[in-house]
Structures are given as structure tokens and as C-alpha cells.
Design a protein around this ligand. Structure first.
Ligand code: NAD
Length: 501
């Protein structure tokens, strides 16, 4: 494979991105063509580990979004009439090309989002699995017949909802796109994807790999700098042609899009923020508890929406758990995601890192080796911190009430029975994921069922998979992605037909 520097119109160069395979500099895929922004505007993409520019993407706005919607609309009729089996074959082809390029995709992802390379490889597998899963789901989306009445036959058909707008975040630059686009395309929808401004290159690489598999206009990508994201969102929400909008990101932006979609009464999927409770009961296996805690909390430096955020540990095992957790935290290796042995990379940008630092009180437990490494590496690196939280105080620290989205472990002791911990865990406006570590599974089951979240891991710290529905309750969102019938149904309408004789 030939490696060349990516040369962009206005920005620097970087040897690690293979432009010949994965990115067309300064261009995005709309209507089957690689096009730039109308005024040739581009925005830089940075390596969060170094601050280097690693590439650029077109800085598009309302006008280009309209063009992308038109392209998706033109491609819709033919794509929705394509047989589900044929759509499935094409998705399978896209899947295979993603898997084939696993290493390049993983490196590109690490370059623009900073996650350790091993995690980026895992995300390619995870992201590809959604394309494969929905390729299999599509042909199984058949309707039903009720022949129980002698004078009529009643049936349902499942139809693609239409064009879909998909807005995705930076923390899973590949997986969040395939989890949505795989479902929408399998259902017969055409899509306009708006990736996050920090990570457009992975999205563009995915489009490049889809090019050979999907017809022109089936998948369109509109990239935009942060300042233009609201304009793109407004057009997607206001368009009567876009019949479904799926968003993964912050609760704040999700609420805004919810309101903006009211005007056209769209089908809406919202995967928003969380503040996951992680409950350790007094009969828990503490080695397992620490293993689950580390997996859940420190994946991508704590920048996942299902991260354990509020650690609630029973008084009887609190000290022991804290000791063991600190020993595990000490072993974390901070560094650049492309370097061997690194388990904790940078945060996505300095704004995010400054925000996380502001949530860490002075008396937090931080290892000197981590603090020194983070200082030496640069302003996007944050040393892991353990913050003891006293729930008897009127005002717990801000890292307890807010999703910290960083390597911060807010740790609180609880006393009393299971009702007490359930009440504390449910005391939050969001409800995405929760975790329970327990010896007695019947007890864990009862607690898990009463936790107000869309998902719960029991003796398990990593729960997301294509085969099960992902999503939240309360202010964590609406709808489900993945799973048998769940994710694809977000892009289907069930039509009832009644035939008299
Ligand atoms: P964000 O809401 O700032 O941005 C997400 C996407 O929305 C980006 O593409 C961004 O450009 C776009 N955007 C921003 N403002 C917009 C607007 N006014 N109109 C339209 N689009 C707009 O979120 P983020 O900082 O990128 O991601 C972090 C948040 O996402 C966290 O709260 C995290 O919990 C959440 N998240 C949730 C899930 C889930 O599945 N529930 C998964 C990953 C991340």
C-alpha cells in the first residue's frame, strides 16, 4: 500500500493518513460525487494527542445540506424498491470492505479522536458488526396477516420511512454511524450523515468504503465545523423530505433537535447523555467489581455515554474496593493512542480536558506518575482521579451530579438496604446505563429491574452489542438502536391494509 502525505488546501501534512484509500482531501460524498463545500471552505482536523493537523473536511452549511437531502431523495425510490435481499448483499459488501481496511480505519480513528489503537480496532469490529447485523435483519422485516375474520383479510406491511438524517458524536466516530446508517439502509431509507466536527475523517473513510457497495445518493455525508452544525441540523429537522432524524450526542443538543423536529412531526431517535450508577453490593466479588469498573470507566478515557459515573459501594466493602481500584488505576498507562501499551489517551480537545479538570477537587486521589505524564504530554491529557463523595452532604461535588466524560471516579459509600441504593441511583434526570456487581444474582436481578435506565450490566462492565437494544430512558433519550427488530424499526413504518370481500 502506498502511503502519501495528505495535502489539504490550507492546512499541514501528516504521514499517517493513507489518502489513496481512505480520504479524498477536502471533499465529501454527496449524490455519488466527491464534492467540496460551496465556497471551498474547509476546516482542520486535529490529532488530540499532539495538536497536529491530520487533515481537513469541507465546512458545509444549510445550502449543501439541502443538496444532500435532494440527493438522498432522488435515490430513495430506487433504493426502497430494491429487494431487501439485494440491499442486504450490498450492505454485506460494505461490511467486508470495512473489515478489510480494519487497520487503516483504526489508525485514522486514533489519529483524529485519540483513543488507544487497541480500542480503535475494537471499534472497527463493533461498527462493522452493525452493518452485518442489519444486513441480516433487513430481509426478515416482513409484515403480518390476520385471516381470522371470514369477511375480510387484514395485513400489515413494513415500509421504509423515507430519507433519514443522522447526526453523530465524536466518541465512536465509526460505530455511531454504522449503528444508524446500517439500520436505515437495510430498511430501505437513504441517509444524510452529519458526523461530529472533531472526527469527520472516519466518516469520510466509511463513505469511501461504501461507494463501491451502495448506489449513488444512498449515503451522503455533510461535514461542518462546529459553528455550522446548528445550520445543518436546522435544515435536516425542518425538511419535510427527511422523515426520520436520529441523533447521538449531548442531552442539551438532543432537546433542541427534539423541538426543531416538531414542525414536521418526524420519527425521532435520541441517544443522549447518561450518568451511570455503578453499584457494588456487600457480597460482590471485589476483583470482578474492579475489573468491571476499570472496563466501564476508563474505556476511551471515560468519554463514553455508558461510562460508570457514580460509584455506589456498600459500606462493608468500601475500603477494600477503594484500595483495589486504586491499585488498578495506578497501572493505567497515559500516552498517545498510537503508542504501544497505552491504555489512557488524551481527551478529545482542550475544551473537554479543561472542563474535566474543573470537575476534579483539590483533595482527589491522583497518582504522581499520572499527573507528571499528563503534564508532559500536553493540555488534552488528564490524569485519572478518584473523588470521594459524601452523600450526607447537602451538595455533592459537581462530578457527582454531572456526567464527567473523563477519567474521574466519583466514589460514594452507601449504608442500609437495597432500597436505599436504588433510591440514590435513580436520583438523576438521565437513565442510560447502570451496573450492579453482586454475589447473589437474585438480589442483583431485583435491583437491576428497579433501576431507571435503559440498560444494566450485572457483573459485566461492557454491555453494548449489535444483538441487543441500546438506548436510554428519561432524559437519556428516545428509541433503541441494534437488537432484534428494535433498531431497524426506527426506520420503518408499519402500514395496515384491510381487504373486504
Ligand atoms: P454534541 O451534542 O455536542 O454533538 C453531537 C453532534 O451534534 C455533533 O455532530 C455536533 O456537530 C452536532 N451538533 C452540535 N450542535 C448541534 C445543533 N445545534 N444542531 C445539530 N447538530 C448539532 O455531543 P458531543 O460532545 O459530540 O458528544 C458527547 C455527548 O454525547 C455526551 O453527553 C454523551 O453522553 C453523548 N453520547 C450519547 C450516546 C448514546 O448512545 N446515548 C453515545 C455517544 C455519546
Amino acid at each position: 500500500m502506498m502511503r502519501r502525505f495528505v495535502r489539504t488546501r490550507r492546512f499541514g501534512t501528516r504521514a499517517d493518513v493513507d489518502e489513496t484509500v481512505l480520504v479524498v482531501p477536502g471533499k465529501t460524498l454527496i449524490g455519488g460525487e466527491w464534492v467540496g463545500a460551496q465556497k471551498r471552505a474547509v476546516f482542520p482536523v486535529f490529532d488530540p494527542a499532539t495538536g497536529d493537523v491530520v487533515g481537513s473536511a469541507p465546512d458545509m452549511g444549510a445550502a449543501e445540506t439541502e443538496i444532500a437531502i435532494d440527493a438522498a431523495s432522488s435515490a430513495l425510490e430506487s433504493w426502497r424498491r430494491t429487494s431487501p435481499r439485494d440491499r442486504s448483499r450490498r450492505l454485506r459488501q460494505w461490511h467486508d470492505s470495512i473489515v478489510e481496511r480494519r487497520e487503516e480505519l483504526a489508525r485514522l480513528m486514533t489519529l483524529e479522536c485519540g483513543k488507544p489503537l487497541a480500542e480503535a480496532r475494537g471499534e472497527v469490529d463493533y461498527g462493522a458488526s452493525f452493518v452485518e447485523w442489519f444486513a441480516e435483519e433487513g430481509p426478515r422485516c416482513v409484515g403480518s396477516v390476520d385471516a381470522s375474520c371470514s369477511d375480510r383479510r387484514m395485513l400489515t406491511t413494513r415500509q421504509a420511512v423515507g430519507c433519514a438524517g443522522l447526526i453523530t458524536p465524536w466518541n465512536f466516530p465509526l460505530g455511531m454511524i454504522t449503528r444508524k446508517a446500517g439500520a436505515a439502509l437495510a430498511a430501505g431509507c437513504t441517509v444524510v450523515v452529519k458526523p461530529a466536527e472533531d472526527t469527520p475523517l472516519t466518516a469520510l473513510a466509511l463513505a469511501k468504503l461504501a461507494e463501491g457497495a451502495l448506489p449513488p445518493g444512498a449515503l451522503n455525508v455533510v461535514t461542518a465545523a462546529r459553528a455550522n452544525a446548528p445550520a445543518v441540523g436546522e435544515v435536516l429537522c425542518a425538511s419535510p423530505v427527511v422523515r426520520a432524524l436520529s441523533f447521538t450526542g449531548s442531552t442539551e443538543v438532543g432537546k433542541r433537535l427534539y423541538a426543531q423536529c416538531a414542525g414536521t412531526v418526524k420519527k425521532l431517535g435520541l441517544e443522549l447523555g447518561g450518568n451511570a450508577p455503578f453499584v457494588v453490593l456487600d457480597d460482590a466479588d471485589l476483583d470482578l467489581a474492579v475489573e468491571c469498573a476499570m472496563a466501564s470507566k476508563f474505556r476511551y478515557s471515560g468519554q463514553t455515554c455508558v461510562c460508570a459515573d457514580r460509584f455506589l459501594v456498600h459500606d462493608a466493602v468500601f475500603d477494600d474496593f477503594e484500595d483495589r481500584l486504586l491499585r488498578a488505576i495506578r497501572k493505567l498507562e497515559i500516552g498517545r493512542g498510537l503508542d504501544d501499551g497505552v491504555t489512557l489517551g488524551p481527551l478529545i480537545n482542550q475544551r473537554a480536558a479543561d472542563r474535566v479538570r474543573s470537575l476534579i477537587p483539590d483533595d482527589a486521589a491522583v497518582f504522581d506518575k499520572h499527573a507528571a505524564a499528563a503534564r508532559a504530554l500536553g493540555p488534552t491529557f488528564v490524569a485519572p482521579a478518584l473523588v470521594r463523595v459524601d452523600l450526607d452532604l447537602d451538595h455533592p461535588p459537581p462530578c457527582w451530579d454531572n456526567e464527567n466524560f473523563g477519567p474521574v471516579v466519583p466514589l460514594a459509600r452507601f449504608r442500609g438496604d437495597d432500597d436505599a441504593v436504588i433510591e440514590i441511583a435513580n436520583r438523576h434526570a438521565t437513565g442510560l446505563a447502570a451496573y450492579v456487581v453482586a454475589g447473589d444474582l437474585r438480589r442483583a436481578w431485583r435491583i437491576a429491574e428497579r433501576l431507571e435506565t435503559g440498560m444494566c450490566g450485572v457483573n459485566q462492565g461492557i454491555i453494548s452489542t449489535a444483538t441487543m437494544p441500546f438506548g436510554g430512558v428519561k432524559e437519556s433519550g428516545i428509541g433503541r438502536e441494534g437488537g432484534i427488530g428494535f433498531g431497524i424499526s426506527e426506520y420503518l413504518e408499519d402500514k395496515y391494509l384491510c381487504f373486504g370481500n
